[in-house]
Design a protein around this ligand. Structure first.
Ligand SMILES: [Zn+2]
Ligand SMILES: [Zn+2]
Length: 340
């Protein structure tokens, strides 16, 4: 099928006209050297590897073997440079991936496993909308109302359609570095509904989608890239008041040795402690006899959508569009088809 025909068809069917799949590197936190891949009960998986493909109806054991991957299944062993798991028709399949004794997750997609010499890297290629629903389910605070989840879904989708996460082997990882992503939520869950009801919608700034950042609780006001000393990117972010966090955010205090020396000292402190040691970016600093005392509120970098604030706004009856307008000033929500 030509690209023009594919796009025309996509528009006709109302499906997104851009990349409909994303490649997610999963289980990175576990640095696996051993994995198990299983088809759902009563089903089978096709293993595509050097030297041809085989169909398996039971679990396949995968081990790191230097720059290769060792496969063990039904008493047979192969050492291969690349391996791909998919459905009989070559498309997406249900599969269960596990790090033996540590974690087990169900995915829908195709799976590729590569060796980076010190660990196995499993990469799941999944449907964009399923990735959105999975990330909304994993990222959102428990009990969040539907409109807050819909705002999250649009932010997540915007993040996922813009590439540039810095990873070499895949588009995104499944940790907070990119987006938290566990297994797909049940189709009748609020997270799945939030993805469905905002299908294809993204945030745009000056006409283009941007990789929308969000954080769990801004502490009372959101930040700009410039305030955090970060380089300019596709959206500058704007400082936004967050009444919910002003009233409800958790407060915290940290003490660090040393003294603040004017503005330079403070910037230095940001650099040293900002992203890793402090729970959030909404804080003030003062000198005391015992060292530097940092008092703050909220959690996360404070850029873009505030998840707690979104929950607060939704509870007051605000729509997901009002929530997005509030936390991402000067942006427009567009259905993807409108961009092409
Ligand atoms: Zn990442
Ligand atoms: Zn907030």
């Amino acid at each position: 099928m030509s690209r023009a025909v594919a796009i025309a068809l996509a528009l006709l069917l109302g499906a997104p006209a851009w990349a409909r799949t994303v490649r997610i590197g999963v289980f990175g936190l576990f640095h696996p050297t051993e994995l198990s891949v299983a088809p759902p009960p009563g089903s089978s998986l096709v293993i595509e590897k050097d030297g041809g493909s085989v169909t398996m109806n039971q679990a396949v054991h995968v081990r790191l073997a230097g720059d290769r991957v060792q496969l063990l299944a039904q008493g047979v062993s192969w050492r291969v440079t690349r391996v791909h798991f998919h459905a009989r028709d070559g498309g997406l399949t249900d599969l269960v991936l596990s790090v033996p004794g540590k974690i087990r997750r169900r995915y829908r997609g195709t799976l590729e496993i590569v060796s980076n010499r010190s660990e196995l890297v499993p990469i799941v290629t999944m449907d964009l909308e399923l990735a959105v629903a999975s990330a909304v389910a994993a990222e959102s605070p428990p009990g969040a109302p539907l409109e807050a989840l819909k705002a999250q879904a649009v932010a997540t989708r915007s993040f996922l359609v813009v590439h540039g996460s810095g990873h070499k082997l895949f588009d995104f990882c499944d940790t907070t570095h990119c987006q938290f992503l566990r297994q797909p939520p049940a189709p009748n869950s609020l997270a799945a509904r939030a993805a469905r009801e905002t299908r294809g919608m993204v945030l745009t700034y000056l006409g283009s989608p941007f990789s929308a950042m969000f954080a769990s609780s801004c502490g009372g006001s959101t930040k700009t890239l410039a305030e955090l000393g970060l380089p300019a990117r596709d959206y500058p972010y704007f400082p936004v008041d967050c009444l919910y966090c002003r009233r409800n955010a958790d407060r915290w205090t940290r003490k660090v040795p040393g003294k603040v020396e004017g503005e330079r000292g403070r910037l230095e402190l940001d650099r040293q402690h900002g992203w890793s040691a402090l729970p959030g970016n909404h804080y003030s600093v003062k000198d005391t006899d015992e060292g530097i005392v940092i008092e703050g509120a909220g959690q996360g970098h404070g850029l873009g959508l505030c998840q707690m604030g979104a929950v607060g706004m939704a509870a007051e009856g605000k729509s997901f569009r009002e929530i997005l307008d509030h936390y991402y000033p000067n942006t427009v929500v567009r259905a993807d088809a409108a961009l092409h």
